[in-house]
Design a protein around this ligand. Structure first.
Ligand SMILES: Nc1ncnc2c1ncn2[C@@H]1O[C@H](COP(=O)(O)OP(=O)(O)OP(=O)(O)O)[C@@H](O)[C@H]1O
Ligand SMILES: [Mg+2]
Length: 278
């Protein structure tokens, strides 16, 4: 592959993902709930691309995120990151260590990202040793310092403290640093600001934007909020009832939404105007 075509190869390709919860009872055949129905998406391979996924509660956003992170197994389909199959239904995929080097999560609740029992810094050191490259293995502290500095913190902030010593906003920032330690190609963030104090939300959203541009890491950013999705993303997918009903560049979707549902979402935001996307 030439340099130019490698650069333009998609960072994320999702093909034909399907997921049904429940169903197929042992005695009685039940239909089950179709959470994802033939979902296909892709995100270009330029530096730091952001794919926003927007949809109402129950539309399948978290199911999609958890399949990408291999926390839930799909019934069918495949997820590729930088050309490597990482998840899907019954396909040959990379091992767990490789998966975590390619993709890292940021959860809605940052407390989920850390150990309750270890000081935060010790947990970060373990992450660095488990997932880092050779340079990181030699000096995990340096990698951690770099990751913390990318989110505007330093190691002195951590100073032997456990997770309870931090506010939700601080801990979410540290969880973003944790996700950077493995130098992943893709970060999957599932409603990462919904539990953060409203006054800090925009700072964290802007941090994602900075990280994508400066470090070149790609993001899947899941939100209920169409305005933030438009502000942050290069590509946007609108989901409803387990299906992608609109997909493309935010500007194009807002200019001519394919689905009446997208139109309804837009109409629900009276202040949405060109300033959000220009
Ligand atoms: N473990 C599970 N078992 C059974 N059904 C589930 C499970 N997880 C999710 N579902 C169902 O699958 C559908 C999609 O759920 P999912 O959590 O992916 O939606 P979501 O878009 O993330 O919603 P929210 O915005 O509320 O987080 C919902 O109808 C949900 O009830
Ligand atoms: Mg969810």
């Amino acid at each position: 592959m030439t340099g130019a075509s490698a650069a333009s190869a998609p960072i994320l390709e999702i093909e034909g993902l399907r997921k049904t919860y429940g169903g197929n009872g042992f005695f009685v055949k039940r239909a089950g709930h179709v959470a994802l129905n033939d979902v296909s998406l892709s995100l270009g391979g330029g530096r730091g691309q952001v794919l926003a996924i927007v949809g109402e509660s129950g539309s399948g956003k978290t199911t999609l995120a958890r399949i990408i992170l291999r926390l839930v197994k799909a019934d069918a389909g495949v997820v590729r990151v930088a050309g490597e199959a990482i998840a899907g239904g019954g396909v040959q995929t990379v091992n767990d260590r490789r998966l975590r080097q390619l993709v890292q999560p940021i959860f809605q609740n940052p407390f989920e990202a850390f150990s309750l029992h270890l000081p935060v810094e010790e947990y970060l050191v373990r992450t660095a040793i488990n997932l880092g490259d050779e340079a990181t293995a030699r000096s995990p502290e340096a990698t951690i310092a770099d990751a913390l500095s990318a989110v505007g913190l330093s190691r002195t902030t951590l100073a032997g403290k456990g997770i309870r010593a931090f506010s939700g906003g601080e801990l979410q920032r540290i969880s973003i640093a944790r996700a950077l330690i493995a130098k992943p190609r893709l970060i999957v963030a599932d409603e990462p600001v919904s539990m953060v104090d409203a006054s800090l939300r925009m700072t964290i959203v802007n941090l994602f934007r900075e990280l994508s541009r400066e470090l070149g890491v790609a993001f899947v950013y899941i939100t209920h909020d169409l305005s933030t999705a438009c502000y942050l993303s290069d590509q946007m997918a609108i989901m409803r009832h387990g299906e992608v009903v609109d997909f493309g560049v935010p500007d194009d979707i807002l200019g001519s939404p394919k689905s009446p549902y997208t139109k309804a979402l837009m109409d629900a935001i009276p202040t949405l105007d060109r300033r959000w996307i220009d």
